[in-house]
Structures are given as structure tokens and as C-alpha cells.
Write a protein that binds this ligand. Structure first.
Ligand code: PHE
Length: 333
């Protein structure tokens, strides 16, 4: 029996399995259930007791040499044949994510202004009175400062959640010299009753263009370019006089939407014109507050609400749907 085992030892030592299949074959031949070692162990039990010690050692040697050989030639993966590399197994299902409608619209708007040369700027969502109101020419008694509209911080009422992205205008003018051309997308907060048309949190995109000799006509052309890039080449705009403390003159821009979709009178209140944004020439008082000489520089600013445009684009009648994050709806957009 010893001679037989010696023979097997030689066979194993000279075996050179060249791939995982051959290594597996070697493993089965020696270590499999009906393999050589099992037979030898059966014989071993019948061997005479004086030979047992020697045979036992030889068998162990044979076993470890087979294991070492197999391991070496299957790169440490003895079970490679039934591993994840089995291409017949069904794949993992990976749910592809998608962009929220608000993000889609924001990215598209930002892209349009970027192409026109505007850089993206950011500002804090928690803001002090100066940057959210005072520097923007809000008189001390202005109703927008009222507790009705603003979430003040309970600990320090000089601080609030910003009510608009116009705080970024102020911060940019304080830290940069004109020419300035920025857009500032971000979240804003207002203490309003939540309904199908308004929410206490929404997104705005602020724009600011400041240089020598910037005129109202520059603003109108920029906004027309934007409207046609986003809503289509034939889009018409109109500017209606309006009021903001930080711009003078101020306007609201509508786009011609038409009356075809006006079945429920909701979209344009029967006028055919859809309000898109607020805008105006930066008030000289604001420039002064930010340390910019209004004799030398002038500029325009605008602010638009992202949700309103997303609702229009995706025909979502209720703004709350954009915050519920119900996947059944989001998957359809
Ligand atoms: N900040 C204004 C708002 O929240 C929008 C606006 C921005 C208007 C810039 C004019 C210029 O309604």
C-alpha cells in the first residue's frame, strides 16, 4: 500500500493542470467522494497496526499535496465553476434613478443662462436681516418682513430662512467688482398656508447682470432669449409694470401661452399670458448699500420660481405633488 501511495504522490507532484477545469478534475480524482483518497482511507482502516503510522503520514501528505496543487492552479478559487461568473444566472435588477422634475427644470434653466455667460453663484439658506431685506431696500415697516411671510429664528430674530434668492445678489455685489453676471439657483422659504398653488418651501433662480451702461433693453433681450430657448423659438413675451423694493423700474414677465389649454381657466386666468418671472433694474439704493457706485454701474436682476415652471412643463396641477415624492408619480415624469 505504501508503494501505491508513493506512486500517487509522484503523480500529483508532476501534475500540471493548465486551467481551472483541469485543476477541478484533479481535485475530483483525488478528493471527490469516489476519489482515490477515500478508497485509500478505506484500505487504511484494514491495514495492520504496525503499518498504520507510516500509511497515515503518507495519506496526509498525499491529501495536502493535492489540495496545494488544486489551490495553486485555480487561483485560490476551488469553486470557480459555480461562482458568480456563471453567465446563465439571472442578473441583479438595478433600479435606475431619475432626476426629480424640479431638478430637471432647474438644470435646464441654469444651462440656458450658462450658455449666455452667466456663472452659478450660491448663498446661505439661513440669512441675516441685512442680506435678505435691508440691503435690498426693504423699508423697516415693509409687510414682507412680517411674521406672516418669514420664518424667523426663534433664538435670534435677526436671522431667518431666506424668503428669496435675492440675498445672493447682495452677497455677490459685496464680494465682487462689476462686471458681474451670475445666476443663483436655490431653495427659499415662506410662511404661507400650503395649498395646491403655494408651498412653504420652493426653488428660485436669481439672475444679476451688472456693468457699465446696462439698460432695460439689455434686460428685455436677455429675457427674450431665455424664454425662446426654454419655451420655444416662437415664444412671445410681455413686460408688465410691477413693484419690488430692490428694482426700479420693476416688471413682471409673461409669456404668450395661448387659450387652447385654458379649459379650467387655471393656467392663465383666461388671458392667454402666463406669468414667469419678476425683474427690474437694480435700484441705486441697493448698489450703494453694497458699495457699488450707481453713477458708474447699472444692472438688471430677475427671479423666477422653478416649481411653477415644472408644474406647467409636466402638467402637474398641485404643487404639493412635487414635495410628496410619491414614486408612482415621479416614475411617470
Ligand atoms: N426676489 C423676488 C421675489 O422673490 C423676485 C425678483 C428678483 C424680482 C430679482 C426682481 C428682481 O419675488
Amino acid at each position: 500500500m505504501q508503494a501505491k501511495i508513493q506512486q500517487y504522490l509522484l503523480e500529483v507532484a508532476s501534475a500540471t493542470p493548465s486551467n481551472a477545469d483541469e485543476a477541478e478534475f484533479l481535485r475530483l480524482r483525488f478528493l471527490g467522494r469516489k476519489g482515490v483518497l477515500n478508497d485509500l482511507f478505506a484500505d487504511f482502516k484494514l491495514a495492520e497496526s504496525k503499518d498504520r503510522r507510516e500509511i497515515g503520514q503518507l495519506l496526509n501528505e498525499l491529501k495536502t499535496s493535492v489540495e496545494a496543487k488544486v489551490l495553486e492552479h485555480s487561483a485560490g478559487k476551488p469553486k470557480v465553476l459555480i461562482s458568480a461568473e456563471d453567465t446563465s444566472r439571472p442578473g441583479w435588477s438595478v433600479a435606475p434613478g431619475s432626476h426629480h422634475p424640479v431638478s430637471q427644470v432647474r438644470d435646464e434653466l441654469v444651462d440656458i443662462f450658462r450658455r449666455m455667460g452667466f456663472a452659478v453663484a450660491e448663498g446661505p439658506e439661513m440669512e441675516d436681516d441685512w442680506h435678505n431685506f435691508t440691503a435690498l431696500n426693504f423699508p423697516p415697516e415693509h409687510p414682507a418682513r412680517d411674521m406672516q411671510d418669514t420664518f424667523f429664528l426663534a433664538r435670534n430674530p435677526d436671522w431667518a430662512l431666506r424668503t428669496h434668492t435675492s440675498n445672493v445678489q447682495v452677497r455677490t455685489m459685496e464680494s465682487q467688482k462689476p462686471p458681474i453676471r451670475i445666476i443663483a439657483p436655490g431653495r427659499v422659504f415662506r410662511n404661507e398656508a400650503i395649498s395646491s398653488r403655494s408651498h412653504c418651501m420652493f426653488h428660485q433662480i436669481e439672475g444679476l447682470y451688472l456693468d457699465r451702461k446696462v439698460s432695460f433693453a439689455d434686460m428685455k433681450q436677455t429675457l427674450l432669449e431665455f424664454a425662446q430657448a426654454f419655451f420655444g423659438e416662437k415664444t412671445a413675451i410681455r413686460l408688465r409694470p410691477s413693484y419690488f423694493p430692490f428694482t426700479e423700474p420693476s416688471a413682471e414677465m409673461d409669456i404668450w401661452w395661448g387659450l387652447e389649454t385654458e379649459v379650467d381657466y387655471r393656467m392663465t386666468k383666461g388671458t392667454g399670458w402666463l406669468e414667469i418671472l419678476g425683474c427690474g433694474m437694480v435700484d441705486p439704493a441697493v448698489l450703494e448699500a453694497c458699495g457699488i457706485d450707481p453713477q458708474e454701474f447699472s444692472g438688471f436682476a430677475f427671479g423666477l420660481g422653478v416649481e411653477r415652471i415644472a408644474m406647467q412643463r409636466f402638467a402637474i396641477p398641485d404643487i404639493r405633488a412635487l414635495f410628496d415624492n410619491d414614486l408612482r408619480l415621479l416614475r411617470t415624469l
